[in-house]
Design a protein around this ligand. Structure first.
Ligand SMILES: NC(=O)CCC(=O)C(=O)O
Length: 268
């Protein structure tokens, strides 16, 4: 499908391995991948990192390891944005106010200004998040490059109500940092694709790779367009996944099949 007035954004997903409980190592690795992302032939407009990329799921030590008020993350990412004139949705990090630890998305614009703040609202019991983390209480919407966007974190994609709320609020892009492991690749691909098709928006999902204890993370970071086409997908190795997206396709798909006009919310 070709659109009339293109609005292109170059996206780069940092599909990284994460060393459990080693923030310094992870910050170093993220820094290397960020440098690589801005050194390619095509400069990205938006770079995305995976979920909990500072600590991994070191939940039994998370209170000690979490980034105090997100200071370390903000300093590093904001300075990088300013230096390289790029937006970064800095995945999520474990962050603490000294009491609660949250699984929190930080996003910064080209000037290094904070644009996104979202704490995961659905905690994943299979990985015992609810025992160690505090859930967020509101959805995450923001603007990037003048485009309305939203954030969901990993398990959040199982709750179609959330992405629908973001879409109804005007989001055309949704960013999904994740640590989604085997054996649920089928769920990952299907749920992400469904969220894109039903909301007629771009789903931009960055998953980690590597092994943590007995859990293996499969990567397969994906960029899916509002028609449900997968326009980029990673494999199971560390990689930078790049794609050029045309935001105007969202309006075109929404005009062609007017789902948002045809909804009957009073009936369900
Ligand atoms: N980190 C997560 O939220 C994992 C979610 C997951 O694996 C799932 O199946 O849902």
């Amino acid at each position: 499908m070709m659109s009339l007035t293109e609005q292109r954004l170059q996206i780069a997903l940092l599909q990284m391995d994460i060393a459990i409980g080693e923030p310094e190592l992870n910050i170093k690795r993220a820094g290397q991948l960020l440098e690589e992302a801005v050194s390619g032939a095509v400069m990205p407009d938006v770079i995305v990192l995976p979920e909990m990329w500072n600590t991994g799921y070191a939940l039994d030590r998370i209170h000690d390891l979490a980034d105090r008020d997100g200071e370390q993350t903000s300093k590093l990412i904001s300075a990088f944005c300013l230096k390289h004139n790029v937006n970064i949705i800095a995945g999520s990090v474990a962050d603490t106010d000294g009491e609660d630890v949250k699984n929190r998305v930080y996003g910064f614009d080209r000037k290094g200004k904070r644009i996104a703040d979202y704490s995961k609202i659905h905690l994943f019991r299979l990985m015992e998040e609810e025992k160690y983390l505090t859930a967020g209480e509101k959805e995450g919407t923001f603007e990037v490059e003048g485009v309305q966007a939203g954030a969901m974190i990993c398990y959040d994609i199982r709750f179609p109500e959330l992405s629908r709320k973001l879409a109804l609020g005007g989001a055309k892009l949704v960013f999904v940092p994740a640590e989604w492991p085997h054996p649920r690749l089928h769920h990952w691909r299907t749920l992400l694709t469904a969220r894109a098709i039903e909301n007629q928006m771009y789903v931009i999902a960055c998953n980690r790779v590597g092994v943590s204890g007995t859990t293996a993370f499969f990567g397969h970071s994906m960029i899916i367009d509002p028609w449900g086409e997968v326009i980029a997908e990673g494999g199971e190795e560390e990689a930078i996944i790049r794609a050029s997206i045309d935001v105007s396709l969202v309006d075109e798909v929404r005009a062609r099949i007017p789902v948002f006009e045809d909804r009957r919310p009073t009936l369900y």
